[in-house]
Design a protein around this ligand. Structure first.
Ligand code: NAD
Length: 357
């Protein structure tokens, strides 16, 4: 760490989410973004100018060679996550890695291995775990309010939300998949966390591509490249079974003819003592007392600072205190194993057992 005790951070990938991270870390006085790089150098230069970042590097290798940088944010397309995260860990940097951890499970396993060898902090960026309502619910779950959670329904059905048609987002070789790996990974991650991290063991799922190939269902995230290609799904549905007998159903789309829950993410948890729902930024707890149903609303505090700054704070605290982040390498690998099994189940038509080896 630098003499001024600020954590010096380098940003790899100056695109949309790289910029979001910069804005959040700027709120933490004990950190400083000191370097940035992007394969498209003008992007890195523009962000550096916008945010007063002192150093722009020609490539990520050069950034990693700078010994004054303590930690990096990896915010590049999914296909590069593993190479860059492994390189960064081996260069002695702590890593905040965007989701999904890997483009596939083998990539995630390689990152976990590098993490074990280096012992640096590795955290996957799943900001939904730091939403105030979600944190309040987790607190109640940890106190036993829901008992054993045996069934969960989660999803995020967007009606018209294909991001960056034709860019890396919609090319299997660059993204690893469509909405399942893009937004489904958030819902899977949050659900497993709330369920107390049971071990997923088998999966049955199907994916569809009814909009993307016809250039329909286009959303607002990213700029389309009409010369590009679309070879990923636009809807996925799956049933996931855990080693403790509990079940999770996951439904996600970038595009579908539906207005389910106003296209907002949702989770319904059903436990032996109580249940809960999260939807549209609101939370509710359900139980039965004196033979009658009883509900409690969870409310967002006024002037809430937001999930992303809490996530950034957690990353820094984990580095300083040598703690394992909540969204650890193991949680990222678990998500990747489940997602891969869903794709395989869709391809083969079979129930797929997760490959934990
Ligand atoms: N946590 C979230 O809510 C969230 C939201 C959006 C995106 N993401 C994730 O963030 C990552 C980036 O997504 P985005 O929307 O910012 O994409 P983007 O296309 O806007 O930005 C990616 C940037 O990476 C650069 N880049 C590509 N290869 C590089 C390399 N080898 N070295 C350096 N820079 C490189 C590109 O030029 C581009 O500027 C993806 O993994 C995506 O899944 C997460």
């Amino acid at each position: 760490m630098s003499a001024d005790s600020q954590l010096h951070i380098g940003v790899i990938g100056a695109g949309n989410i790289g910029n979001v991270h910069i804005n959040e870390f700027k709120k933490l006085p004990d950190t400083k973004i000191t370097g940035i790089t992007d394969v498209f150098l003008p992007s890195a230069e523009a962000r550096a100018k916008e945010h007063g970042i002192p150093n722009v590097y020609a490539n990520y290798e050069q950034l990693l060679q700078d010994s004054s940088i303590d930690a990096v944010i990896v915010a590049v397309p999914n296909q590069f996550h593993a190479d860059i995260a492994i390189h960064a860990l081996k260069a002695g940097k702590h890593v905040l890695l965007e989701k999904p951890m890997g483009i596939h499970a083998a990539a995630a396993k390689a990152i976990v291995q590098a993490h074990k060898e280096t012992g640096k902090t590795l955290m996957i960026s799943h900001q939904m775990r730091w939403e105030s309502i979600n944190q309040q619910l987790k607190e109640q779950i940890d106190k036993g309010a829901l008992g054993h959670i045996y069934n969960v329904k989660t999803g995020w059905l967007r009606r018209k939300g294909i991001p960056g048609w034709g860019t890396w987002f919609t090319q299997m070789s660059k993204s690893g998949g469509g909405p399942l790996i893009d937004i489904g990974v958030h819902m899977l991650d949050l659900s497993l966390h709330l369920m107390g991290n049971p071990k997923p063991v088998s999966v049955f799922g199907t994916t569809y591509a009814e909009f993307g190939p016809k250039r329909r269902g286009i959303g607002t995230w990213g700029t389309p490249d009409w010369n590009g290609t679309y070879d990923v799904e636009d809807l996925a549905t799956a049933l996931i079974k855990m080693d403790n007998g509990s079940t999770l159903t996951l439904d996600v789309s970038w595009a579908a003819h539906t207005d389910m829950l106003d296209n907002q993410p949702y989770i319904y948890l059903m436990g032996t003592e109580g249940g809960a729902s999260l939807r549209g930024g609101k939370g509710k707890l359900f139980t039965e007392v004196f033979d009658r149903t009883a509900d409690v609303e969870l409310t967002q505090p006024a002037n809430d600072a937001g999930p992303r700054v809490r996530m950034s704070r957690h990353f820094v605290d984990c580095i300083r205190e040598g703690k394992e982040p909540l969204t650890s390498g193991l949680s990222g690998l678990t998500n990747n194993l489940v997602l891969e099994a869903i794709y395989e189940s869709s391809r083969t038509g079979n129930v797929v057992t997760l490959d934990w080896n």
